[in-house]
Ligand binder design. Structure first.
Ligand SMILES: [Fe+2]
Ligand SMILES: [Fe+2]
Length: 256
């Protein structure tokens, strides 16, 4: 575990504040934490889809991706959702086999597609895993308002291409790395089932961070150290400064 975490801790400019952990382990916050985590897994899958559809594939392949996402999005956006039906129906809904066609005018299509398809598959799987844990514990799924963190990170995106793509990939790396760091820091304080589950997520989330970073470096084709540094400082500020709301990626809680 320490081997997985060492590069992540070196990449992030600050650790999760202890005050956030103290807040997160309060029994009354468990439901919020799980629901927001569940939302984050779906958003992570949607982010992967965005990169593939926006940059790497043609319209027809884009449609294949939308079809893949459909059962998940229907569940999430439909008000009278039926969780049992969703969890039990069509166990093959995440068996996407890629017949995606890379756009000829985008230089790193096959690489981006391969990494993102694997990531999306894992994020959909995590989404269902969190949902199952919530269901066993009688915690219903609900949509949550986007917190300050993701919106704050997206403010760093430059408006012209390919700079916008590079920034979004770097931001993807930070969000994955921060999630991984939080899973590891939270795990020892949780009950046995959640502890095991959070530790089991570390390996794939650590790879997701690495995949995003590698894609940013390869696609940029030049040193992006300065950009990473700038985004790292911004990220650390969002994590260590006071945040009015509590959620999976929130900053330091108020009044602690
Ligand atoms: Fe995940
Ligand atoms: Fe991830």
């Amino acid at each position: 575990m320490q081997q997985l975490l060492a590069p992540i801790e070196a990449f992030l400019k600050c650790a999760t504040p202890d005050s956030w952990i103290r807040e997160a382990v309060k029994p009354e916050n468990l439901a919020t934490l799980l629901i927001d985590h569940c939302n984050c897994e779906l958003k992570a899958a949607q982010t992967g889809m965005f990169f593939v559809r926006r940059y790497a594939v043609d319209r027809e392949s884009g449609q294949q991706m939308l079809d893949w996402a459909k059962p998940y999005e229907q569940f999430v956006y439909c008000k009278d959702r039926d969780i049992e039906h969703f969890l039990n129906r069509d166990s093959k809904k995440n068996d996407f086999t890629t017949g995606l066609v890379a756009k000829a005018d985008f230089g790193h299509g096959p690489e981006l597609i391969a990494k993102m398809v694997r990531l999306i598959k894992e994020e959909f799987h995590h989404f269902e895993q969190v949902l199952e844990i919530m269901h066993e514990r009688g915690i219903p799924y609900r949509n949550m308002r986007a917190g300050r963190y993701a919106k704050g990170m997206m403010k760093m995106v430059r408006t012209h291409e390919p700079a916008a793509l590079i920034d979004k990939l770097i931001i993807g790396a930070f969000i994955e790395a921060r999630s991984c760091e939080r899973f590891a820091k939270l795990a020892p304080h949780l009950d046995e089932e959640l502890n095991k589950f959070y530790v089991s997520l570390l390996r794939s989330e650590a790879r997701h961070y690495q995949d995003y970073l590698n894609l940013a470096e390869v696609i940029a084709g030049e040193d992006i150290g300065d950009r990473i540094e700038l985004i790292a400082e911004h990220e650390a500020h969002l994590i260590s400064s006071i945040d009015e709301e509590f959620n999976f990626h929130s900053g330091a809680p108020t009044g602690v």
